[in-house]
Design a protein around this ligand. Structure first.
Ligand code: MSP
Length: 522
């Protein structure tokens, strides 16, 4: 088991057959928000992402462009790495399945499993979904008119000699696992889907192929066979941890994925891990705590697909970043995204609406008012440190609400609610009216302290999403210590930081450009 203060989160490793798009950036951003919040709480976080390179569609995409597979994979892995930097993703490692450290790990695991009989040589014939790189069981193929249940492309009939993984042995252990750990699959509705499918029965799965060229990991001792890309890919979560200094992160706290790859993560992966642990008799390959499957973004009301050409691609995302700022995009992902079981629509008009109402008119405007009033009525300083009367209890009430999602992404919305409470308090106490009479000055100072201090607390909830702008707020109010801690990925102390009274008496609030200027569409 990992120690209580370590937290390991992963994203899927993404195929390098094409460039990153909104779906990849979304998952990475949500994982990033979770990772940052956990670092603030004081956890020692390991955040992993990377690329899945040995798929046949990578070979095809490269040859369509007249490039070697390696060159195309390098180019796109580079594009993913760069995109994650551009969008503020704070991953601790980036693994590529074409790396030696990974390949050796996969070979070792497969040999171990062959030795125990969990992997064996057999014959397979079935319906193959080329677009998803997976076999579809007969019943499911029929149900979907022999087309891919995901992409609707026709399935093809394939027969081959394969190595198999004895998944059929793991129905019972899987059901026991789901029973023992109710958080194993999240959200709840996804868990029920998984349980339903396991109860229909688990058949052994092929884990090698022949005749598909030489791009991949060869089966140890039988080089005619290549290890099936999904087995290779899932093992990234372990190969990246296979270092003495990292093993304490195991098992993963959360594998964040989307619904399209739930089966692999919720059933095949833990079964494989149980088989590996059996083979090795060791503990470090125990099953993850949670597989969290979010849903999909659609675009302007339509499913995104290559054929419709309506993917929200990197260029468009850069456009949003340039016009509204990176924080605005991260905020939209955090508060409007398909984190639960419903798909989410990414529409420009909705983006602008949320930006203006939550960021420009609420988060940005509230800070602006507090600073302006402090400068106008108190020479820019918080002269009187007081208790949270009239606000503190409300902030505590908001903070104590559990967000809807088990990942804690919903805490970002708590930050917005807190700021709305500050606006309500200003409305109620009317410091701008009180300030007209000099005899009210101490009352005005108290009100403004409460507002600024409450904003400081809200900023800690908002920071995992609004990393740039909340850091800016901290630097305008002398709170460099947070920045220092978090910049170096150190462990924060959220509990202490969110306690009332963090702003000291005499703190100066500095003016600066609007955090989120209101956006008017030309
Ligand atoms: N390579 C496999 C995963 C192996 S993990 C051991 C793969 N790669 S992928 O490039 O197709 O990425 C799939 C993932 O991208 C989804 O699970 C999800 O995280 C993200 N998304 C892709 N399209 C998406 C949307 N339209 N909306 C939200 N996220 C989506 O599958």
């Amino acid at each position: 088991m990992n120690s209580d203060d370590s937290f390991y989160i992963s994203t899927p490793i993404f195929y390098v057959n094409d460039r990153p798009h909104i779906g990849h950036i979304y998952t990475a951003t949500i994982a990033d928000i979770v990772a940052r919040r956990q670092r603030m709480i004081g956890r020692e976080v390991f955040f992993l992402t990377g690329t899945d390179e040995h798929a046949a569609k990578v070979v095809d995409a490269a040859s369509d462009r007249g490039l070697s597979t390696r060159a195309w994979a390098d180019q796109n892995a580079g594009a993913f790495r760069k995109a994650f930097q551009d969008f503020g993703i704070s991953n601790d490692d980036f693994i590529r399945t074409s790396e030696q450290r990974h390949i050796e790990f996969v070979e070792k695991v497969v040999s171990d499993l062959e030795a125990t009989g969990d992997v064996y040589l057999g014959q397979y014939e079935g319906w193959y979904d080329v677009s998803q790189e997976e076999y579809v069981p007969e019943s499911r193929a029929k149900e979907h008119d022999f087309c891919s249940p995901i992409t609707r492309k026709p399935l093809v009939r394939r027969a081959e000699e394969n190595y198999f993984f004895r998944l059929s042995e793991y129905s019972k252990p899987m059901l026991e696992l789901l029973e023992r750990n109710p958080d194993f699959v999240k959200p709840e509705a996804r868990k029920n889907e998984v349980i339903g499918r396991i109860k229909e029965g688990l058949a052994d799965v092929p884990i090698s192929r022949t005749g598909g060229g030489d791009w991949g990991v060869r089966f140890p001792g039988n080089p005619k066979h290549m290890i099936y890309v999904w087995i290779d890919a899932l093992l990234n979560y372990a190969s990246a941890i296979d270092l003495d200094r990292r093993r304490h992160y195991w098992p993963a706290t959360v594998h964040l994925i989307a619904k399209d790859i739930l089966w692999f993560h919720a059933v095949i992966w833990p079964s494989l891990l149980m088989a590996i642990s059996k083979a090795r008799g060791n503990e470090w390959l125990s099953v993850p705590n949670t597989v969290y499957a979010h849903s999909f973004w659609i675009s302007e009301g339509q499913k995104m697909s290559k054929s419709l050409g309506n993917f929200i691609d990197l260029e468009q995302l850069h456009g949003y970043k340039e016009r509204f700022g990176l924080d605005a995009l991260r905020f939209f992902f955090a508060t409007q995204g398909p984190l639960d079981t419903m798909d989410g629509d990414f529409s420009r008009s909705r983006f602008i609406e949320v930006y203006n109402s939550d960021l420009a008119n609420t988060v940005g405007n509230s800070w602006n008012r507090i600073v302006n009033m402090t400068r106008r009525y108190c020479a820019g300083r918080l002269n009187r440190k007081v208790d949270g009367e009239g606000l503190g209890a409300e902030l505590e009430r908001i903070a104590s609400k559990k967000p809807q999602d088990s990942l804690g992404v919903g805490y970002v919305s708590h930050g917005v609610e807190m700021i709305k409470a500050i606006d309500g308090y200003i409305q109620e106490t009317q410091p701008f009216k009180l300030a007209k009479d000099a005899s009210n000055s101490s009352q005005v100072e108290e009100i403004l302290y409460r507002c600024a201090e409450s904003y400081r607390i809200a900023s800690l909830y908002l920071w995992p999403a609004l990393t740039e702008k909340m850091t800016e707020v901290w630097s305008r109010s002398g709170l460099f210590s947070y920045t220092e801690v978090l910049k170096n990925r150190g462990s924060g102390d959220l509990e202490q930081w969110t306690a009332w009274g963090g702003l000291s008496e005499g703190t100066e609030l500095l003016e600066g450009p609007a955090l989120f200027p209101r956006y008017l569409e030309e």
